[in-house]
Design a protein around this ligand. Structure first.
Ligand SMILES: [Zn+2]
Length: 270
């Protein structure tokens, strides 16, 4: 079982009430640390990295409003790329959540909220939907972000890019995009050289096929302002020390299983 398959399995067992659900990180050392992109919603604070059953030092957490990737060379993609190249991230997970207010705030309401902050319409970009990155479906937004990341020239062909949804009420994780499968099926053997100048001029990923996804202009999303990225810098990650070698007939000690603590299970369980 690969890392995120084990994570989903442990998560589902924990949500179902299995107090022993968890992971042994040492069994997945080659797949750690994990890089996660989530929304800024404070309700998520209690879920990560608990819901993934990962230790904090193996969890690189990036956040922006709506867990949106707007283009393959965006500020968020820059941070994802450096999380891989500088911090050694082995797998990427873009994790949307249910009841995302970024997807549920009508544009008229957003304008009212900006106005209340003293920001009138004429100070905002002309195309608000394009600027803020618009989505009406949390799942489709995750699929779109995975496509951008999977095909970004900044992410190498060895890094799985997963898409997940987390239930904001229960912490239950579900697959949206299985990055192990897209790693095998969607990456061409030789990646074409990207035309960075053309991408910059267009302001979008010209080769990206939007398919049947619909992004009505009456909803909002968000992207980092130029020069003011919303995404947090990756948290420094250190590899755990190797387990001690014990010269005895007893089996060597192994790091403890990482359980899935609250809110997935009551406090006090080990
Ligand atoms: Zn959200």
């Amino acid at each position: 079982m690969r890392l995120f398959e084990a994570i989903i399995d442990a998560n589902h067992r924990a949500v179902a009430g299995d107090a022993t659900a968890g992971l042994h990180p040492d069994e997945f050392a080659d797949a750690l640390p994990v890089i996660a992109l989530t929304c800024i919603d404070p309700r998520l604070n209690a879920f990560f990295p608990n819901a993934l059953a990962l230790p904090e030092d193996q969890f690189i957490w990036l956040r922006n409003a709506g867990n949106i990737i707007t283009e393959p060379l965006s500020s968020t993609m820059r941070s994802l790329a450096l999380a891989c190249a500088v911090k050694g991230g082995q797998e990427i997970a873009i994790i949307g959540h249910t009841d995302c207010q970024v997807a549920r705030t009508p544009m008229a309401l957003l304008l009212d909220k900006f106005s209340a902050l003293g920001i009138e319409r004429n100070r905002l970009p002309d195309n608000l939907a394009e600027f803020f990155g618009t989505f009406s479906s949390e799942r489709q937004n995750v699929i779109k972000a995975c496509d951008f990341a999977r095909h970004s020239p900044l992410i190498g062909p060895k890094i799985p890019v997963h898409g997940l949804m987390i239930d904001i009420a229960t912490g239950k994780l579900d697959w949206v995009v299985n990055g192990y499968e897209t790693l095998l099926t969607q990456v061409p053997p030789t990646q074409p050289k990207m035309d960075f100048a053309a991408i910059g001029a267009l302001g979008s990923f010209k080769d990206f096929d939007m398919g049947e996804m619909k992004f009505p202009e009456l909803k909002i999303g968000a992207v980092a302002l130029p020069g003011k990225p919303l995404a947090l810098e990756p948290v420094p990650v250190a590899k755990p020390p190797a387990p001690p070698v014990i010269k005895s007939p007893l089996p060597p000690l192994r790091p403890a299983k990482v359980p899935l603590p609250p809110p997935l299970r009551p406090r006090g369980f080990q």
